[in-house]
Design a protein around this ligand. Sequence first.
Ligand SMILES: [Zn+2]
Length: 324
Amino acid sequence: MLSGSNWLRVMIYMIIVGGLLKAIDLPFSYYSGYVLEHRFQLSRQSLAAWMKDQLKALAIAAPLTIAAVEIIYLLLRVDSKFWWIYASIVFIAFAIVMANLAPVLLLPLFFKFKPVENPDLQNRVDRLARRTGKRICGIFEWSLGEKTRKANAAVVGWGNTRRIIVSDTLLKNFSGEEIEVVMAHELCHHVKNHIWYGMAAQSFLTFAAFYAAYRVLPPLARSFGFSGTEDVANFPLMALVMTILSLAALPAVNFFSRQLETAADLYALDVTGDALAFVSGMEKLAEINLVNKTPNKIVAFIFHSHPSVEDRVKLAADRVGQSV
Ligand SMILES: [Zn+2]
C-alpha cells in the first residue's frame, strides 16, 4: 500500500502510469506531428514552438485526466452497483460544458482568432444567411498559417460561443466562390445543429463504455488477483476495455459523421448552386492538405470522418445531373 489515502493513491498511480504512457507516445507524436509534417513541407513550426504546444496540451490534459480518474474511483468506492451511471453523467456534462468553452478558453491557447474583416466574404455569408433564413453566428479568422500550410474551417461552440472559424490559409488560397461554398457547408452544420447530433452519439458511447467496464471489470479484476474493482491497480484493465470499445465503435462513429458531412455538402451545393466552385474547392483542399483523393475503400470506411474527395465530386456531379 502506497498510502492510506485513496485520493493520493490514485494520483500517484496516475502520475506514474500516465508518465509512462506519455513517454511511450512521445517518439510517435514527434515523428507524425513534427518530422512527417516537415518532410512534406506542411508544418511551419520550429521544434521549440512544437514542443511548447505539446507542453501546453500536457499541462491541460494531465490535471483533467487525473481528476477524471479520481472521480471514477471515488464513484466506484461509493456505489459499486451504479457508479457507471453517475460516471457517465459527470463525463457527458463535462463534455457539454467544454464544447461551449473550447472556442473562448481552449482554442485561443493554441491559435489567434479575429473577426473576419473581409467585406466580400461578409457579403457572401450575409447573402447565404438571408437565403437560409437562419440567424448567422460569428465568423472568425483562424491563424493556422503560422503553424502549417494546411487549410481548414469548422463550426465550434454552442449557445453564446457558437461560431464558424475559417483558417487564414483557406482565405488566402481560395477564390471568393470557393470560400462561399465552404461557408455554406459550415453554415449547414450551424443551422442544423450538427454539434448536438455529435454530442448525442458521444453520450451514447460514454454510457456504453462505462457499462462495459461495469460488466467486464469485476471478473477480470478477480482473475488478475486485484482486491476489487475499486483498486486503482486495475486502471490499465479499465483503460483497455474502454479503448477496445471505442475502436470497435470507430466505423459506426465515422459512418455517422460522413452522413452529416454529406448533408452539409448537399446543402452547400443547393444553397450556392455553384457545383464548379464546390468541386474546385474540394480539389484545392485535398492538394493543400496532401489528402489522398481516392483512398482505399476499407481504410476510408473505418477511419475517415469525411467522404473522400472522389465521392464528394461525384455527389456534386449527381446533384447537377438531377437539377438539369
Ligand atoms: Zn463539415
